[in-house]
Design a binder for this molecule. Structure first.
Ligand code: PLP
Length: 548
């Protein structure tokens, strides 16, 4: 152990998903990408951190589009060569049935050790608990979370890994807290009150979604029936996880009450989360620690070099580096979709989970303005994004984007099955990165950080991380002026008009007519974000604020 790590608390980080490599399909989206980048940063900067997660047999669904332009999800079993067998298994009792969980080690991606629990064993009656990531709700979701939380703590014990802090990334991991309470109550004889008070000193929590429905809630009866409560009684569960409704347990509320400190994932999200959870009595304080990305994973080194170069020719080099990435994107699209975009014309990228508040189709909503720009290829739009497997509204959004790509085949592209590879190719190769969520529902938005560091200019609502970085007209653009309306139709109209105005008055003319200004903006974009929004800064703040 190095000198530096000797005095730092050792942390076990729990997360349902990890995005370490595009083809290692144990991630769905932003939460997993953050967790993967975090583990890579922990390794790079020598922090004493281990990760715990689930070895998903099928992972998240592969998005496919049928002949009618409707998306559906396909699942397949996967095998990975790089999994290391720890020789350890742990038991978790789920619905009174013993479930064996095998523990794998993953360390093949320049990451701090990641231990994954796997229920796919012949001796398990239900081997499918670790089958599909977010595939199910209700009892099955609880079973998965029991494996992660309860199994995860038991795995640490069986592996002989001692830690000082347990970090729950999202409420999914909360049952780890129940297992830790059980240990204190059963082995040390602590009362519930004493156990919770002491345990709180060892738990920290990161909250993610500022959308109420995104925060998982379960009937307490269901938690008890599953056996997730361990030694805890009904009244203990409501004391920890209920608001007014004493029969339901909210995973976020529970995690806020079980932790000594918690954090939101951007400064604005910190404000939103504190308002959102103001009614939670005995909650930990929610600090704001803005997410960061693992720069070597996402950013082209040539772009970085050119952006920091002081020679007169550096702006041209910066453009050349970007142009190579843009060509790679155009080739990638041709290979995937058979559509050849014009590499000399403006490409706007937009990849987001398909949910209504992200308003993927906002840009299309005034055809009078947007249609001429699409028809003559002044702008070319590249979309990608999956919906939750059980979300019909999300699927309808994808279908709309596919329809638009059929309507404007030369200038609108939809790339199916958004994954880390598409994320990387797009956030390097587009000229502009568009983001138009309903403010303030975007917690952070790390794809915009990837784009900005690659010299891809953000064109975004002032939500998530962007208010911290945006210097309008200097390193990217904002639209909407952070105005919030109660009426959703008014909000959409205001934001769409803002988008169309900045697009036609600033983005398009600058791209086509002011090449030097564009390149200066690219440089400003890289230089103003590259350190501030890196996982290195984020990890430093975790240790300064959350783990202290
Ligand atoms: C970076 C990334 C995300 C997170 O991006 P957001 O800005 O939060 O939408 C999600 N999915 C993939 C595949 C990514 O690469």
């Amino acid at each position: 152990m190095s000198k530096k790590t000797k005095h730092l608390p050792k942390v076990a980080y729990f997360c349902m998903e990890y995005g370490l490599h595009s083809d290692f399909k144990i991630y769905a989206g932003g939460l997993g990408i953050l967790a993967g980048d975090y583990l890579k940063g922990a390794k790079d900067y020598d922090y004493p951190i281990v990760g715990l997660g689930i070895m998903w047999k099928q992972g998240y669904g592969d998005q496919m589009i049928d002949e009618n332009g409707q998306p559906f999800d396909a699942y397949r079993n996967r095998k990975y060569e790089f999994l290391k067998d720890t020789g350890v298994t742990v038991d978790v009792q789920i619905r009174s049935v013993n479930v064996k969980c095998k523990v794998w080690l993953v360390d093949a991606f320049g990451n701090a050790p990641l231990y994954l629990l796997d229920t796919d064993l012949p001796e398990n009656a239900d081997a499918w608990i670790s089958g599909q990531l977010y595939g199910w709700f209700g009892e099955e979701r609880i079973a998965q979370e029991m494996v992660l939380g309860i199994g995860g703590v038991r795995a640490l014990r069986a592996l002989g890994i001692n830690v000082d802090l347990y970090h729950f990334n999202e409420g999914h991991a909360l049952f780890a807290g129940f297992e830790l309470l059980r240990e204190r109550m059963e082995y040390k004889g602590d009362s519930f009150k004493k156990a919770t008070k002491k345990l709180r000193q060892q738990i920290v929590f990161t909250t993610h979604t500022p959308v109420a429905q995104g925060n998982e809630t379960h009937p307490i009866d269901r938690i008890m029936y599953m056996g997730a409560n361990l030694c805890l009684k009904r009244k203990h569960l409501s004391e920890l996880g209920s608001l007014e409704d004493k029969d339901h347990f909210n995973m976020t509320v529970g995690a806020l009450r079980m932790s000594k400190k918690s954090n939101a994932v951007a400064q604005l999200h910190g404000k939103t989360a504190n308002i959102m959870w103001a009614d939670v009595k005995k909650s930990s304080k929610i600090a704001a620690i803005t997410n960061g990305i693992h720069v070597p994973t996402w950013v082209d080194g040539k772009v970085l070099l050119a952006a920091y170069d002081l020679k007169a020719t550096a702006l041209d080099q910066l453009w050349d580096a970007h142009f190579n990435n843009k060509k790679a994107l155009v080739d990638f699209i041709e290979e995937r979709n058979g559509v050849k975009l014009d590499v000399n014309k403006l490409i706007i990228g937009f990849s987001r989970r398909a949910v209504p508040y992200k308003r993927s189709d906002l840009i299309f909503r005034n055809p009078e303005i947007i249609e001429p720009l699409l028809k003559n290829q002044t702008i070319q739009l590249v979309f990608s994004g999956k919906s939750h497997p059980l979300d019909d509204a999300g699927k309808a959004i994808v279908a709309t984007l596919v329809e638009m790509s059929k309507k404007y085949p030369k200038s609108v592209v939809f790339l199916t099955d958004y994954d880390m590879r598409i994320g990387a190719v797009l956030t390097r190769g587009a000229d502009v990165w568009l983001n138009n969520p309903v403010r303030p529902k975007e917690a952070s938005g790390t794809s915009g950080m990837k784009a900005s560091m690659n010299g891809v200019l953000n064109l975004s609502i002032l939500d998530g991380w962007w208010p911290e970085a945006c210097d309008h007209g200097v390193n990217g653009w904002q639209f909407g002026d952070a105005k919030e309306y109660k009426n959703p139709a008014k909000q959409d109209l205001h934001d769409m008009n803002g988008l169309h105005s900045v697009l036609t008055k600033d983005v398009v003319p600058t791209f086509y007519k002011k090449k030097t200004k564009w390149r200066e903006m690219m440089r400003n974009s890289v230089v103003s974000t590259h350190k501030q929004f890196s996982v290195r800064r984020m990890l430093g703040e975790y240790y300064e604020i959350l783990y202290k």
